[in-house]
Ligand binder design. Structure first.
Ligand code: MMA
Ligand code: CA
Length: 263
């Protein structure tokens, strides 16, 4: 070691002539020679006590080193695999995100279009309903509480009256509330209503087949005056709530049709 220091000292302090460099190189070679020497001596440094373990100890150390190396390689492989999988997962997740975003955008567009279509169709429906209503009004129909009513200006028998209603896409009026009864009286006309006992005498039924539950017969009605065969109902005493009379079906009366509003 002293020799090495000397050489560097010489090199630094003295002139840069060729012989000096040669000396330096030679000295360097020497240094390595010494190192080799040290290496060859190494086993002896362990001392006599340890050298007793011999080749067996040497083998187990190699095995341990090999094991550690293998462990290191395995760990490295694991890490690389994890990094790869993570990266792969990440890119797949990103792809999924883009797809989801696209799908979401498409659905938003579709929703917007459907909303627009719904609005357009609602407008269209309202326009058609208005037109239909105007049409009915022009034909003499009156709107009241979800139904259309037609009050005739001619007089006919009960059956002819009913046929007229059927031709208009309606039927004779069915009165099933106090309000409807009041509405029907308001026209102050003697009108046929859709009530008859022509199937079974004494059993009054509405034209839709439903039985009579709430009735507004006038006082002493229905009386079925003898020899008149009074099987059809009319609104007669329209000034009173209880205004109905059973009358001979062949008599000529105004009539009232009802058409349920289906829109
Ligand atoms: C008429 C006819 C009948 C009704 C009575 C009431 C005379 O017959 O309308 O149906 O019951 O009047 O007085
Ligand atoms: Ca009567």
């Amino acid at each position: 070691m002293n020799e090495r220091l000397d050489v560097f000292a010489e090199g630094a302090g003295q002139s840069h002539n060729h012989s000096k460099w040669t000396t330096e190189l030679k000295s360097s070679e020497n240094i390595y020679e010494n190192e080799e020497e040290i290496h060859t001596l190494e086993p002896n440094r362990t001392g006599p006590a340890l050298s007793g373990a011999g080749d067996g100890k040497k083998g187990s150390r190699r095995a341990a080193a090999a094991f550690l190396g293998l462990l290191f390689v395995l760990l490295l492989t694991g890490l690389i695999t994890l990094a790869f999988l993570n990266n792969k997962g990440h890119s797949e997740w990103k792809k999924e995100m883009v797809l989801s975003q696209t799908r979401s955008n498409n659905l938003s567009k579709e929703l917007f279009q459907l909303q627009k279509r719904f609005e357009d169709m609602t407008k269209e429906r309202n326009d058609l309903q208005r037109k239909l209503q105007d049409h009915h009004v022009q034909l003499g129909w009156v709107f009241y509480s979800g139904s259309l009513y037609y009050i005739s200006s001619l007089k006919k028998s009960w059956q002819q009256s009913r046929d007229d209603c059927l031709q208009r896409g309606a039927d004779l009026v069915i009165i099933n509330s106090k309000e409807e009864q009041e509405f029907a009286r308001r026209f102050r006309k003697l009108v046929w209503i859709g009530l008859t006992d022509n199937k079974t005498e004494g059993t009054w039924k509405w034209v839709d087949g439903t039985p009579l539950t709430t009735s507004y017969w006038a006082q002493n009605e229905p009386n079925g005056v003898q020899h008149r065969d009074e099987d059809c109902a009319e609104i007669k005493i329209y000034d009173l709530e209880n205004s109905w009379n059973d009358e001979s079906c062949s008599l000529q009366r105004f009539w009232m049709c009802e058409k349920k509003k289906t829109w």
